[in-house]
Design a protein around this ligand. Structure first.
Ligand SMILES: Nc1ncnc2c1ncn2[C@@H]1O[C@H](COP(=O)(O)OP(=O)(O)OP(=O)(O)O)[C@@H](O)[C@H]1O
Ligand SMILES: [Mg+2]
Length: 262
């Protein structure tokens, strides 16, 4: 069999209009929110994507998740070119294997559904058995299985984010994209969730793309860290050693974290 990366992104590019009005759209009014971004992610690997606010991280994630269309470049998933796939039917098999948790995932859980219904919904979408799965998934993310009958408003923010992770993991995806998934949580809850993600990652061999503006948080889960600035990749780091960081921007990112670390 061909050795290929789980995910490979080549020269990914996305332009946005600088103006608010759609009518004003013209080349000179647009800027590259993401420009020529290339990286790869192997099966079972945890890769970090870091950079300051506005550097283009979420735009990259949204293109991978097929939520927005790239203006250039290519996305290969499991060796298949998914760049131009569109629509529910074509994306159905891909979506099963790429799941995501966002900063607001916990707060946007459907208040009318029980946690059990929320967690097993993806299984139903794929006509898979749901029996006992909610309880199993709740236990996996460290919540009491009997909470399957509870509703989201009965949970704390950190607990709701765990439910989002349980829902994202229930299909056993080969790739989990976490976009600022711990950014809204206090330091202790964030630490617990990162530990949980490491455990899920190691036990299930799920590849993770971990996105955060905080390089020290990313470093706790990911060996390789891709650093973005102004829509472009400036370098890829293996450690937070200042001697490894070549780019002054990366050095600033590391230094700013060292002064506030625990
Ligand atoms: N739909 C859109 N229309 C126009 N501009 C956009 C749109 N989405 C994002 N942008 C712009 O693209 C740039 C990159 O945004 P993006 O959300 O990818 O940054 P980010 O790195 O995720 O930032 P943060 O750390 O704050 O989440 C920003 O300048 C943003 O204002
Ligand atoms: Mg973002």
């Amino acid at each position: 069999m061909d050795m290929c990366h789980l995910l490979e992104v080549k020269n990914l590019t996305k332009f946005f209009s600088k103006r608010l009005s759609h009518f004003a759209y013209a080349k000179k009014d647009s800027f590259a929110a993401v420009r020529d971004v290339s990286f790869s992610l192997d099966a079972g690997e945890a890769l970090g994507l870091v950079g300051e606010s506005g550097s283009g991280k979420t735009t990259v994630a949204n293109m991978l998740l097929k939520l927005i269309e790239p203006d250039g470049g290519q996305i290969l998933f499991g060796g298949e070119d998914i760049t131009r796939l569109r629509g529910y039917k074509d994306l159905y098999p891909v979506r099963r294997n790429i799941q995501a948790v966002f900063q607001n995932s916990g707060t946007s859980l459907d208040p009318h559904m029980t946690l059990g219904e929320i967690i097993t919904e993806p299984l139903k979408n794929y006509h898979l058995p749901t029996e006992g799965k909610a309880e199993e998934s709740l236990a996996l993310v460290g919540l009491p299985p009997e909470w399957a009958r509870r509703r989201p408003h009965q949970l704390s923010g950190g607990q709701r984010q765990r439910v989002s992770i349980a829902r994202a993991m229930v299909l056993k995806p080969s790739l989990l994209v976490l976009d600022e998934a711990t950014s809204n949580l206090d330091v202790i809850t964030a630490s617990q969730i990162i530990a949980l993600m490491r455990k899920l990652h190691e036990e299930n061999n799920t590849a993770i793309l971990f996105i955060s503006h905080d390089i020290s948080v990313v470093d706790r889960l990911c060996t390789r860290k891709v650093v973005m600035k102004d829509g472009m990749i400036v370098e890829t780091l293996r450690s937070l050693d200042l001697s490894e960081a070549r780019h002054p921007y990366t050095r600033r990112l590391i230094e700013s974290k060292m002064s506030v670390s625990l």
